[in-house]
Design a protein around this ligand. Structure first.
Ligand SMILES: [Zn+2]
Length: 99
């Protein structure tokens, strides 16, 4: 069981000054768009991530008490679902996961 420890993970909305990939769905969030900033430790790793606001809501639905585990960048945008739950073979992070 991995340990999750929030640092700044209360759904705070920020406006991006650099583009980021959504931690939940892997779809790019462009400069100037709103995103939820999440700062937390997970399994003793520091994470500073962004999610679409609708993806943050979906994540809360997925694991309401924050004691969840999900596969980053492989979830359905705005839905508490993994792409495999919808029968899709979806690899949005293939490019950036292979240096
Ligand atoms: Zn997203």
């Amino acid at each position: 069981m991995f340990d999750y420890e929030p640092i700044d993970d209360n759904g705070r909305i920020v406006t991006l000054r650099k583009f980021k990939f959504c931690e939940w769905c892997g779809v790019v969030i462009k400069i100037g768009e709103k995103a939820v900033r999440r700062v937390y430790c997970y399994d003793e790793c520091f994470n500073d991530t962004r999610q679409h606001p609708e993806c943050f809501e979906a994540m809360k639905e997925y694991g309401a008490d924050y004691d969840y585990d999900f596969e980053p960048m492989k979830m359905v945008r705005g839905k508490p679902l993994h792409h495999s739950d919808e029968g899709e073979n979806y690899e949005p992070c293939r490019i950036i996961s292979q240096p």
